[in-house]
Design a protein. Structure first.
Length: 350
């Protein structure tokens, strides 16, 4: 989370830097006077006459360059020194307050250096406050052990010295605090977890089988999952799209697409042995170069698993997969890293 939060802050700094650069450049441009023709007039009617006033000179151009720069720097520093008072509340998915949650703040308060960072905690009612700091933008993220973060609900950015936009919200008030949501973790199981692996899947439809217990590719007939893909990237349309399709099979087992990130209970029914994804160029705007999918898997030995896939249509390493297996045969697939059953998988790319 810290790495993602740092990237978020850096991106905000870049945006503000660009806006300030554009603003500075705009200050240095001469003011242009727009002359509008009089309706229903002849060409002679819009020719210069004593009644038309001369363009007004831009006062900034008459200032010495040093003075103009000083004013610009002062304006930037003023934006970065905007007082910040922030009020927030942490709740779970049902609206119940979460006490003692960690709150991470990032303040964009420097133009030529990294911004300041602060840390706080929510109180017994889930509330938290930060005051006495200054900056153009405040980023806020909440977290707590035993809870899942929800992108866009567990973190956000707020505008102070700059105006709000789609990436920065209006600051909250003490009587209307900003609400941050964490998803409470349910009853977890000791799962066999294989972290993300990359696999080279031929473009010609030649099948590749994978053992979910190790993450390794295995000979045909020995895997829990079989993947196949067909790519015709030699023929592209005007937008660079090409026909491709992908097939996922659970030999002598079944697959059900997992629609909700927080769905952890494998269903009893509805499984299909194979699921195929077709991506012809005729889909137009609905065509995608990559897809992210998640599936519940009923394996041939009766055990249940789930797998998260990122499918690439044109890369040599065309599939990235992470998997979880409940070795007890139970359908609960909610994972807790502290209960992880270690796999013998080789962690290198395959």
């Amino acid at each position: 989370m810290k790495r993602a939060w740092a990237a978020f802050t850096i991106s905000l700094l870049a945006v503000i830097g660009l806006l300030l650069a554009l603003w500075w450049g705009k200050l240095g441009q001469p003011t242009q006077t727009k002359i509008t023709a009089i309706p229903n007039s002849s060409p002679a009617a819009v020719s210069p006459s004593p009644s038309l006033s001369a363009p007004t000179a831009n006062p900034q151009l008459l200032e010495p360059q040093g003075e103009h720069r000083k004013k610009t720097v002062a304006k930037v520093l003023s934006i970065l020194a905007t007082p910040i008072s922030f009020y927030g509340r942490v709740v779970d998915q049902n609206g119940n307050p979460i006490p003692d949650a960690d709150v991470d703040y990032g303040v964009i308060d420097k133009f030529d250096a990294d911004g300041s960072n602060y840390h706080g905690k929510s109180d017994e009612s889930g509330n938290f406050v930060i005051t006495g700091v200054k900056g153009a933008v405040l980023t806020v993220g909440v977290r707590k052990v035993g809870y899942y973060n929800i992108h866009g609900k567990s973190d956000s950015a707020f505008a102070y010295g700059v105006g709000p936009d789609p990436t920065r919200k209006e600051p909250p008030t003490s009587d209307k605090p900003a609400i941050f949501v964490l998803q409470r973790m349910g009853s977890t199981e000791s799962l066999l977890h294989v972290s993300s692996h990359q696999y080279k899947v031929p473009k010609s439809g030649e099948p590749l089988e994978i053992d979910l217990t190790t993450g390794k590719t295995v000979p045909m007939g020995q895997g829990n999952i079989r993947v196949e893909r067909w790519v015709n990237d030699k023929i592209e349309d005007a937008n660079g799209r090409f026909d491709w399709r992908f097939r996922l099979t659970a030999p002598n087992g079944g697959l059900v697409e997992r629609q909700d990130r927080f769905a952890f209970q494998a269903p009893v029914e509805g499984y299909r042995e194979s699921i195929e994804i077709n991506m012809p160029t005729s889909l137009g705007e609905d065509w995608h170069y990559t897809l992210e999918k998640s599936y519940f898997i009923k394996m041939r030995n009766g055990q249940y698993a789930r797998a998260d896939l990122r499918i690439y249509s044109g890369h040599e390493n065309s599939l990235v997969m992470e998997s979880f297996i409940n070795p007890t045969g139970g359908r609960n697939l909610e994972y807790d890293a502290t209960k992880e059953l270690k796999s013998t998988a080789n962690r290198t790319h395959l």
